[in-house]
Design a protein around this ligand. Sequence first.
Ligand SMILES: [Zn+2]
Ligand SMILES: [Zn+2]
Length: 225
Amino acid sequence: MICELCQLNIKQSWHLTMLFGLETIKQKMICSECWSEFEMIDAVAGCAECQIETNNEYCNDCLKWLRQGYPPIRNQALFKYNAKMRAYFKCYKFEGGYHLRNVFNDTLKQRLATINVDQIVPIPVSKKTYEQRGFNQVIGWLEGVTFAELLECRYSIKKKQSHKSRQERLNTEQPFKLAVGQNDIKGQSICLVDDVYTTGRTLRHATQCLLEAGARKVVSITLSR
Ligand SMILES: [Zn+2]
Ligand SMILES: [Zn+2]
């Protein structure tokens, strides 16, 4: 078999890592060398919001969001966004490697099984992105998981906002709206799923949208950070 990421022959070196219970058959589509280059994140360390290393309860970025009145997100990320992960995303998201969803399907499914919520909600992609990419990269990983598409992307409202910088607009503009009626959300506990945590902007807005619609509690998980 050929590794889907490095194109080298897969050697029979999987048995050792399998002893630790982390790997399953699906991951054999890549070689153990490639798999070992993905760095798992310690789930209990760091900022209470985003797990980044800090000596305080929150990192400065998260503190800024919270002070602006955005709700907490308590994100867990599974893997570091290192060079290997960047290469994976390049193949998966941008070069149409839909089959590569299986590399992380089981790992994500296992983590989601430990989170006790009413609904699992993938972050949506815009219509334009969907047409270009042909799939939602988050939903790709959710094979075998029951999830609900409660959110959709709003059309970007193009107004003259010259007094605001592009970054300010990005930070404040709500990119999501409900895809269902409020009755489907009221009182529910929800876990959002996204691909990469960068600034936390996407998850903060999605969380805010769901809480305003009556969700009881929203937490989040991202594959990478
Ligand atoms: Zn490989
Ligand atoms: Zn943080």
